[in-house]
Ligand binder design. Structure first.
Ligand code: PRP
Ligand code: URA
Length: 209
């Protein structure tokens, strides 16, 4: 079974509380999503492999560390995942960025995929699949399906707010995927929204409602 980790830190919890508030503006919401993603990225990248490298300081030659292993790709699930990309890129500026577009059918809550655009070498990359909301888990599962269909095998899923139902569904569908979230909320409501949650992440991020 992959890892499931709630990344808790006072700064993350504080920013998440502001994010959840109905009164938070689109501008602040956008900034906070990026800031939280960046803070989470520090922990999500904790197990990246290092290798020894000889370097020369102004004083002497020395053996130090540098990142090695698979190159990274950040893949946001559109729309809301886009809000997390810049925050993560500020930590991993050389990462490639792919996009998977999908929306939930409002009646059935089933995700519908409408776009997949990934780096050519996606199968060889360590992937951070990002979406602020893990609700029923349908979108995350379809996102991982889509990546695996194209040969990817090293996938971490990063969300800001998760429902227990979504975590369970994603773990059952893709037990090899590590799941990170900033908060594990109480439940889903009858409309498939996370409680207490933060509402519709895409609409709040882009100001569309
Ligand atoms: C939201 C969110 C996730 C999905 C999570 O997207 O950004 O992608 O719902 O729900 P699930 O776990 O039940 O699949 P939405 O369908 O509202 O599309 P949007 O990002 O374009 O607004
Ligand atoms: N998608 C959202 O944007 N919010 C939720 O609470 C659930 C799914």
């Amino acid at each position: 079974m992959g890892k499931f980790q709630v990344i808790s830190h006072p700064l993350i919890e504080h920013k998440l509380s502001i994010l959840r508030r109905t009164t938070t503006s689109t501008k602040d919401f956008r900034e906070l999503v990026n800031e939280i993603a960046m803070l989470m990225g520090y922990e999500v990248c904790r197990d990246l492999p290092l290798e020894d490298v000889e370097i020369e300081t102004p004083i002497t030659k020395t053996i130090q560390k540098q990142l090695t292993g698979k190159k990274l790709a950040i893949v946001p699930i559109l729309r809301a995942g886009i809000g997390m990309v810049d925050g993560l890129l500020s930590l991993i500026p050389a990462a490639k960025v792919g996009h998977i577009g999908m929306y939930r059918d409002e009646e059935t809550l089933t995700p519908v995929e409408y776009l997949v655009k990934l780096p050519d070498d996606i199968a060889r990359r360590q992937i951070l699949l990002v979406d602020p909301m893990l609700a029923t888990g349908g979108s995350a599962i379809l996102g991982v399906d889509s990546l695996k269909k194209r040969g990817a095998s090293h996938i971490k899923f990063v969300s800001l707010v998760a429902a227990p139902e979504g975590v369970k569904a994603l773990q059952e569908a893709h037990p090899d995927v590590d799941i990170y979230t900033a908060a594990l909320d109480e439940k889903l409501n009858e409309n498939g929204y996370i409680v207490p949650g933060l509402g519709d992440a895409g609409d709040r991020l882009f100001g569309t409602k």
